[in-house]
Ligand binder design. Structure first.
Ligand SMILES: CCCCCCCCCCCC(=O)SCCNC(=O)CCNC(=O)[C@H](O)C(C)(C)COP(=O)(O)OP(=O)(O)OC[C@H]1O[C@@H](n2cnc3c(N)ncnc32)[C@H](O)[C@@H]1OP(=O)(O)O
Length: 227
């Protein structure tokens, strides 16, 4: 059998893409499932339940997973509910309300940069009671990427230098900050920091990043499914 024409392989088209109320409805459902999944992740890493209970729950979760049937997103496919780049990313591991992995971080432009707010849990723990260093890097990398977008140049990280000054507590509202410090051709230099919401003046972690805005041909190669 010959391969189907490319347009038939694209399972979502402009005609079928949800809009307006339908889009809101879908995003609310995705957010609700993400919320419950994060609660499950939290319960999973906190529980001291005995093995029989864990086996029973495992069976239940397997049954639930089996209900998420139908078409599955393939690698590189932009979800219908997303706006890429720079808009909603429902399944981002940092900001996505539908991601069980995301805190999720709320992002708002503020002052001369961009601010992210989130609270990390025990699932994100490194040292007992404190955030895993890789999580801090992930929060900063994402927000620094947003700072590039806000400056009008969507870009990818080519270098991220982290400095861990003090441990970041879990179960504590955090304030992440990022701002562009300079540009040079396609390179964007970005600084970032993490503090607690209560005392953001104390930088627990700082980072310096270099981001590069790929040229249009490279962007098309890397992200062939973008509009
Ligand atoms: C549309 C986006 C949506 C982006 C959507 C963003 C979602 C947010 C995600 C958060 C951010 C991420 O995690 S992004 C994911 C992690 N990052 C990646 O996977 C990036 C992997 N790297 C790459 O694919 C490539 O390096 C590119 C596409 C970024 C750039 O390749 P290129 O276009 O060929 O550029 P290239 O000529 O190599 O380099 C351009 C300039 O940058 C300099 N340069 C290169 N690397 C470095 C470096 N480590 N430190 C300093 N400078 C460097 C070069 O010397 C050169 O300077 P000169 O000689 O011109 O002076």
């Amino acid at each position: 059998m010959s391969a189907p024409p490319t347009e038939l392989m694209t399972t979502h088209t402009e005609a079928t893409r949800p809009r307006g109320e339908e889009l809101d409805h879908q995003r609310r459902a995705i957010t609700a499932l993400g919320h419950e999944m994060r609660a499950l992740v939290d319960a999973t890493v906190r529980t001291a339940a005995p093995a029989e209970v864990l086996h029973r729950v495992t069976d239940g979760v397997r049954r639930l997973t089996g209900q998420l049937t139908g078409r599955r997103r393939v690698r590189g496919e932009i979800p219908d509910v997303d706006e890429f780049p720079g808009g909603a990313r429902m399944y981002s591991p940092v900001t996505g309300p539908g991601s069980p992995l995301a805190p999720p971080m709320q992002v708002t432009p503020e002052d001369d940069g961009i601010v992210g707010r989130c609270t990390l849990g025990i699932a994100h723990e490194g040292p007992p009671g404190y955030v895993h260093g890789g999580m801090s890097a992930m929060l900063l990398d994402e927000l620094m990427g947003w700072a590039c977008y806000r400056a009008g140049t969507p870009a990818m990280t080519v270098s991220l230098q982290m400095r861990y000054h003090r441990p970041v507590p879990v179960e504590t509202p955090l304030r992440v900050f990022a701002h562009v410090t300079g540009t040079e051709d396609r390179k964007i230099f970005v600084a970032g920091s993490i503090g607690t919401d209560e005392d953001p003046s104390i930088a627990l972690v700082t980072a310096d990043g270099v981001f590069v805005s790929p040229d249009p041909a490279r962007t098309r190669t890397l992200f062939p499914n973008t509009p």
